[in-house]
Structures are given as C-alpha cells and as structure tokens.
Design a protein around this ligand. Structure first.
Ligand code: SF4
Length: 262
C-alpha cells in the first residue's frame, strides 16, 4: 500500500497546495480519497507518507499521553528527522515533565517547548488570578490555542495523537484532515486505534508512560483542570470537571471545516 502511495508522490507533494486553495467541495473529495487509501495503512505507513509529502515541514505534536508515546516510538523506528513539540502551559503535572525528559533521553529527540506569550504571573495581572476557573476557554486560548497558531504558522502538516475512541467529540476523526484554523494538514495516524490496541503496543514495546494513568487519570492535561475519574468513566470526564467543556480548542471537529470558502 505504501509503495502505491509513494508512486503518487508527485501528486502527494501538492496535497498541501491543493487543500489550501481548493473549494470546500473539492477539498472534501481530496480528503475522502486520501482517507480511503490511508485509512487502511498502519501508523508507520501513514507517518512515512506524511514525511514523503511534507518533509521537515511536518511536525509532531504531543502532550505525552498514551497515543503520543506510541507515535513517537514509530517516528523513532522510522528514523524520521522531524521536530517534536509540546504546548507547555506551565501548568503541566510534574510527572508529565519527567516523562518528557525520559522520552528525550530514550529517543534523543529534539523536543521544542511551545510557550504562551504571557507567564502565569503576567496572565494573573492582566486577567485576574486563576483564569482557568473564571474563564477556562480564555485561559486555554492564551496558553494553548494561540501559541499553537503561532507555532504552526509556516508549517504544512501537524501529527497528533487524536483517536476516535477518546471522546464523543472525536468520533468523526479521520486519519487525514485539514485544519482550517492553522492552515495545515492534520495527520492522525492512530485515529482508528482502540484503547486496548494502544495499551497493547505500549506493553509489548515496554514504552514509558505517565504513571498518573495508573492512578485514575485517563487523560492528563493541566494540574488545575484534571482530576482522576472512576474506572470505566468517559476518558475526558476528568478534564474541566463539572463543566460542559471537554476540549481545549486545539482539536476542532473536522466537520466545521469551511475555511471561509464556498
Ligand atoms: S487546561 Fe486549564 S490551566 Fe490549562 S490552559 Fe486550559 S484552562 Fe488553562
């Protein structure tokens, strides 16, 4: 399958340009075609396809969750010279920062820390103490969405660990999407992977993972906005507890795609 896709490399190299400038209808056709082909591929084939298309303008985003660890292991096995980045809200758990260092040592990746414009003190001075309580959407915008927009400016593709089984809001996730907010191709190599597939891969390959997962935290974000959940509860129910909010805003559903075009 990958050979066949690589045979189309001439076309593939133009994917970014085509998606950026196509009408909504045409872009939807291109994406459907790509997902029909790539949906049958393994994560390593998808990552290799991405690198063949976008080279070093493809970056790997991770929050060091379970899916991200699996993707980083594939990137290492494929020896892809791509940049790994994470959004450092300055509010991550100590265990997450420790895991980042473990990953850096194990794989020798260069991991870029993407920082918000404002420090926590500056944010408190400008918008009040504990903005994550008063206005979590604004806090996520300042500490995640806006820094990501800046970071992805000029890039062509962004690899994420988003999977359909993580939440209702993610069940339409496709392997290849267009991210209209950041004007990049979004590649989700594990979109169709179940939780058990991810865990099996981690255990079989003896990968490091965040120890908080063993203490009731299926999805781990910022300290003030993440709590443990009961066994079997929705994976993202521990994020922004008691609020309807379940997403920080960097993963908007693909069906919202219109990019202001007809
Ligand atoms: S998860 Fe919470 S602390 Fe982190 S950026 Fe969003 S609102 Fe702020």
């Amino acid at each position: 399958m990958l050979n066949r896709l690589n045979d189309q490399a001439g076309t593939a190299k133009n994917i970014y340009h085509q998606l950026k400038h196509a009408s909504v209808k045409k872009a939807a056709q291109i994406l459907e075609d790509l997902n029909q082909k790539l949906g049958k591929c393994s994560p390593d084939e998808i990552l290799q396809w991405g690198y063949n298309c976008f080279g070093e303008q493809m970056v790997i985003g991770t929050g060091f969750g379970l899916s991200g660890i699996v993707i980083l292991d594939w990137v290492h096995k494929l020896n892809l010279p791509v940049t790994v980045f994470y959004l450092d809200t300055n509010q991550l758990f100590p265990e997450t920062y420790q895991l980042k260092e473990k990953i850096r040592e194990r794989y020798q990746f260069r991991i870029e820390s993407v920082q918000p414009e404002l420090t926590l003190d500056e944010q408190a001075q400008k918008f009040g103490e504990e903005l994550w309580r008063a206005d979590p959407d604004k806090c996520c915008y300042l500490r995640k969405v806006q820094p990501l927009e800046k970071y992805l400016s000029g890039k062509k593709a962004w690899v994420t660990g988003v999977r359909r089984s993580q939440a209702d809001t993610r069940e339409q996730t496709e392997v290849i999407e267009w991210d209209p907010e950041n004007c990049v191709v979004k590649i989700n190599p594990l979109a169709r992977w179940s939780d058990s597939l991810v865990w099996n891969y981690i255990e079989k390959n003896k990968l490091p993972y965040n120890p908080l997962h063993d203490h009731g935290y299926p999805a781990i974000g910022c300290v003030p906005c993440t709590v443990p959940v009961d066994s079997g509860a929705d994976q993202r129910s521990g994020r922004w507890e008691n609020l309807e909010k379940t997403e920080c805003g960097i993963h908007i559903p693909s069906q919202k795609f219109n990019n202001g075009r007809a």
